[in-house]
Design a protein around this ligand. Sequence first.
Ligand SMILES: [Zn+2]
Length: 398
Amino acid sequence: MKYATLFLIGLLLSVALLSDAQKQSGKTKGKSKNKVLQRAVPCSSAKCKLPDCRCSDATLPRPKFKGKENEIPQFVTITFDDAVNAVNYAQYELLFNGVSNPDGCPATGTFFLSHEYTDYVRVNALYNAGHEIALHSVTHGDGTDYWRVADVETIEREFGQQLKMLERFAKVNPKSVQGMRLPFLQISGNNTFEAVKNLGLTYDSSWPTQQHKDPAMWPYTLDYLSIQDCQIGPCPDAALPSVWVNPMVTWTDTEGYSCSMIDACVYPPADNVDALFDWMLENFNRHYQGNRAPFGMYLHAAWFSRGRNYFAAFKKFMQHLTTYPDVYMTGVSHMLEYVKKPVLGKPFKECEKKPNSTCLPVNCNVQKVSTGEVRYMSACDKCPTVYPWLNNPLGEDM
Ligand SMILES: [Zn+2]
């Protein structure tokens, strides 16, 4: 009896040890698949050179622009996150239609698209109008925890499959998609930026800075260690060559608090056009009268419904921007082209070529498999069989 018990304990112990060993080897196997990342070292401008490398502490596009700050073109990047639908599409049209930059090219913005409730026919229209289409994940996740701990594979799946959906349902050329923004701006250290690289994208624009708003931070690459303050960690510390960070330079609200997105400002001014307009101008002037770092206007269309005058004030401010001889409203990726090859004066030789992507609109009622609900979805050319989702981005019959 005694021996039998001992034997049994021994057996259990060896099974436990064996399975532990298997787990261990599984872990190493998983890790060895990815290259080991090198820790980033402080940036030196002698080694890090444009167009593919830029130090995070460089406060001007080129050192020799010092003293000529007012000849640096001022970029304004207007970005909207989340689903594009019929309601906000109408607002986007009202904002941008007929607005042009000093070079005569149309003013454009960037749309960070998440999948659910997105109207892909309207995405196609924004794309054809010359706007930048970028990624904001398939599911948008449940909350910040999902994204904080997300490994490279999860991020690649979420953003890579959203790219597939945009290609299939909105007829967006995947090569034109260059950037991403994490839901809730929740990055997961090096993983986020490794995924940017693996997905063949150019930049991420999820990382806010409060410390570098005056002088404001210019976009930079992760070849070397970033000096950016880490507001929503974990932040990257590995050397990730040629991966661009478009820092979200925060605004200041009326109480002096920093906000990474306009709609995150806790104390905006009173709900009247002049007060809102003056506040936007004040934030803009920190850039325009400073080192001319790109001025980000980051928001969700829902902000326009927060006050009676929010939309009118935003429109008035955009109209005001068109009165400057050196202010350019472009998508983030177009602005980055300038940062890679900066000049004084006119930033570009010619206008961006608009895509000409034909879309035959179809209206689809398809079932969301996980919940059984029927979802309305408009798409180009052909309806999916079921509502597209993570791990079935084309909505195929599984
Ligand atoms: Zn979002």
